[in-house]
Design a protein around this ligand. Structure first.
Ligand SMILES: C[S@@+](CC[C@H](N)C(=O)[O-])C[C@H]1O[C@@H](n2cnc3c(N)ncnc32)[C@H](O)[C@@H]1O
Length: 306
């Protein structure tokens, strides 16, 4: 779509033209994407936009808005254009170096907090957790969203967050700093839990190991939306040819690094459960639970170390 003729476009017209441009390009959630881009360029919020439909945009704002719309129309994720995504009520910077946090990953946090609280109840302690005395590990932290959500909910916990990607760790560290959690989360470059096992006297034991590992199969690449396939980091997406391969390394490592009674909480791909659940059906694990996401997909697998 060519740039609008009018130099001074009002909010209502800008929004309508933006939605039309994205719709013609078959962009999913076109209205939301146009709104978010307009909110981004005007530095206003949604309420303000809808309360001021007649307000005129400055020509440079209009130009920026349409340039972002065109980038969105060719497949760049909205979050890469605005540079942010909300997760667990916190705002995270996102760049092409990290996975954009997904809403279904919030189920991981819910399951972890529920199961930690149940553990307290069973031990006759107050289930209202502060995290006092708890050591947690988020494996494959990406933007740092899981570690930061846990830091928000468990203000006294000691949290480690690892990633194999140094570029992701830079973003995660910036997020933790901006959110005020940088003194409570230790970020480490590590292949899964290897950083905690360099020598026997350096072994670290955790109360909770939580992870949203890469779980898409390389063979599924062509089924992915262009936003994901061309714009999110391959190291955050693919777990191997089938997709579930990394669980086969992560679960034995977690077995060695959890305290007795420690919890493992894993996000699953849409079809990972049949391959992954059997890995927890051993004497080393108990109370294996599966939690579905809002779409009814088995999304979280959790278990307690015996
Ligand atoms: C699916 S993303 C999850 C990111 C973030 N935790 C979230 O939920 O949005 C997986 C992350 O694991 C990291 N990763 C991939 N292989 C890894 C490995 N072997 N060890 C540690 N991290 C790994 C990727 O770099 C990526 O940041």
């Amino acid at each position: 779509m060519p740039l609008p003729q009018a130099q001074f476009l009002d909010i209502r017209t800008a929004l309508k033209q933006g939605i039309r441009l994205l719709r013609e390009a078959h962009v999913p959630s076109d209205t939301l994407a146009a709104e978010l881009l307009l909110i981004h360029v005007t530095r206003r919020d949604r309420t303000w936009l809808y309360a001021h439909p007649e307000e005129l945009l400055a020509p440079e704002t209009t130009e920026l808005y349409f340039s972002l719309l065109r980038r969105r129309a060719t497949g760049e994720p909205t979050q890469h254009l605005t540079g942010k995504q909300e997760f667990w009520g916190l705002e995270f910077e996102v760049t092409p170096d990290v996975l954009i946090p997904r809403p279904e990953t919030e189920h991981l946090i819910e399951v972890a907090l529920d199961r930690l609280a149940v553990r307290e109840l069973r031990s006759g302690r107050d289930p209202k957790l502060t995290g006092e005395g708890l050591t947690l590990a988020d494996i494959g932290t990406g933007s740092g969203c899981i570690a930061a959500a846990l830091a928000k909910e468990l203000p006294k916990a000691k949290i480690y967050a690892t990633d194999i990607s140094p570029a992701a760790l830079v973003v995660a560290h910036r997020n933790a700093t901006r959110l005020g959690f940088s003194d409570r989360i230790a970020f480490l470059e590590s292949n899964l839990l290897s950083a905690f096992a360099s020598s026997p006297n350096q072994l670290v034991f955790f109360d909770l190991i939580i992870s949203n590992p890469p779980y898409i199969g390389c063979k599924e690449t062509n089924t992915l939306p262009i936003e994901v396939r061309n714009h999110e980091p391959a190291s955050a997406l693919y777990g191997g040819e089938e997709g579930y391969e990394l669980y086969g390394q992560l679960i034995p490592e977690a077995t060695r690094h959890l305290k007795p009674g420690g919890l493992l909480v894993l996000e699953l791909g849409h079809d990972s459960l049949p391959a992954v659940r059997p890995l927890l059906e051993t004497s080393e694990w108990t109370t294996v639970q599966v939690t579905n996401d809002l779409a009814g997909i088995p999304r979280v697998l959790s278990a307690e170390r015996t």
